[in-house]
Design a protein around this ligand. Structure first.
Ligand SMILES: [Zn+2]
Length: 419
């Protein structure tokens, strides 16, 4: 893809990086790297499984306060936030990292350092984003950097798994009117930029019929398991578009038990997961699945007679779909920052990140990474694995890059916002 960065974005970058206060902040960030790493290790040891982020929330709120943020709160949804006030007249930018990790309490015993890597479950995803936030704050403070717009720092709970971006959803529900831009930090390499939102629904469907003896009730009642199986067979035949990218998966099928090995199962439960980069396609697919299920129940009833199989659908988790112009100022700004740092910028295809809830509210939003990987180097992803590692060489550059893209959006008293 040929991607062009406008003169305005290039000029904004040059002007921001030429400011003496910003230069001071950038230098400080480099010297401060050992503190970033120390703090990253310290935070990794504060475990925070999804729905159990309280200790980390306390930690982040205390650091936000120490670093001079105003209105530091842990709200009722456990979202930690604090404001670095601007001088006024610029866009408000949210810088976010999520607090939760996918590992149960007791998983993290130590953080091991080997060469340029740290090893521990959760050390990268997304603890390294929280460390980046604090590094950015220290650097801004050290440089005495003033911004036009406010920067709201957030540490959000419930991003992972069934939490399904819940912390950012709650925060945006309450604050989207005051937010102009969102930079979520939650990717692998700094050069990977997520600008789309992949919508997702994780759904449980329960089929209700009657229990009965396999032989005694044969021919007299319908079978919920048959109905579910008919439904799954129909769902398997659904066609979805490649563009906008859309997928579906029946992921669970539960019916009967060992005691009922010679019985007709009265209840059957299936689960499915659907995803699309288009909210419209997602809704269409979900309707289609509903039709398959109803048809299957009708056919099962027609096959055996009287008893209807009824069904109900329960949404276990949902995330919104959406997209924005890949040539928006925020996308261009991050792209340009990556080029200036000689790492290879790439826009990801879709994504289910905290940026999704900015995009859903029509707010320019991206998700960026937390490891500085130079052009040409390859590191695989170990996120969500017990052997998770975090490449920490030149980590300070992540802090610098996150800070620069934020300043390009807030604007400074000397440089107008590029947003
Ligand atoms: Zn994450």
């Amino acid at each position: 893809m040929e991607y062009k960065v406008s003169e305005n974005i290039k000029n904004t970058y040059s002007a921001v990086t030429a400011q003496s206060d910003v230069k001071k902040a950038l230098e400080f960030a480099k010297e401060d790297e050992k503190n970033d790493i120390e703090q990253l290790i310290e935070m990794t040891l504060i475990e925070a499984p999804t729905f159990h982020e309280h200790k980390r929330a306390q930690y982040m709120a205390a650091r936000y306060k120490e670093l001079g943020l105003e209105n530091v709160t842990i709200d009722k949804d456990l979202v930690v936030s604090g404001v670095r006030k601007g001088v006024g007249g610029g866009p408000t930018v949210v810088v976010d990292g999520h607090m939760d990790t996918v590992f149960p309490e007791g998983t993290v015993k130590e953080v091991r350092r080997e060469g340029d890597y740290l090893y521990a479950p959760g050390v990268g995803d997304d603890t390294a984003a929280l460390a980046m936030e604090l590094g950015i704050l220290r650097a801004l403070n050290a440089g005495g950097v003033k911004t036009k717009g406010d920067i709201i720092f957030t540490a959000t709970p419930r991003e992972e798994g069934i939490g399904m971006l819940g912390g950012m959803r709650d925060f945006m529900n309450g604050h989207h009117e005051e937010v102009d831009c969102l930079v979520a930090i939650d990717g692998g390499r700094m050069s990977g930029i997520t600008y789309q939102a992949t919508g997702m629904r994780t759904v449980e469907v329960t089929f209700h019929g009657k229990d009965g003896h396999a032989a005694g009730m044969f021919g007299k009642i319908s079978n919920s398991l048959n109905a579910a199986a008919r439904a799954v067979a129909k769902i398997a035949e659904i066609r979805v578009p490649e563009d906008p990218w859309t997928i579906f998966c029946v992921s669970n099928f539960h019916a009967g038990n060992d005691a009922g090995i010679h019985a007709i199962a009265g209840t059957t439960v299936i689960k499915y997961n659907i995803r699309s980069n288009s909210e419209e396609e997602l809704a269409k697919l979900d309707d289609e699945i509903g039709r398959c299920i109803q048809e299957a129940c009708d056919e099962e009833q027609a096959r055996w007679g009287k008893d209807a199989i009824t069904w109900e659908r329960k949404y276990l988790a949902t995330a919104p779909a959406g997209t924005q112009d890949v040539e928006c100022s925020l996308c261009q700004a991050m792209y340009h920052v990556c080029e200036e740092y000689d790492t290879d910028p790439q826009f990801g295809f879709g994504g289910c990140t905290n940026a999704s809830y900015g995009i859903a509210h029509g707010i320019p939003s991206i998700c960026i990474g937390r490891q500085f990987v130079p052009r040409g180097m390859n590191i695989g992803s170990t996120a969500h694995q017990l052997n998770e590692n975090m490449y920490i060489k030149d980590y300070y550059k992540c802090v610098q890059m996150g800070m620069l893209v934020t300043l390009m959006m807030t604007g400074t008293p000397e440089t107008p916002s590029a947003l």
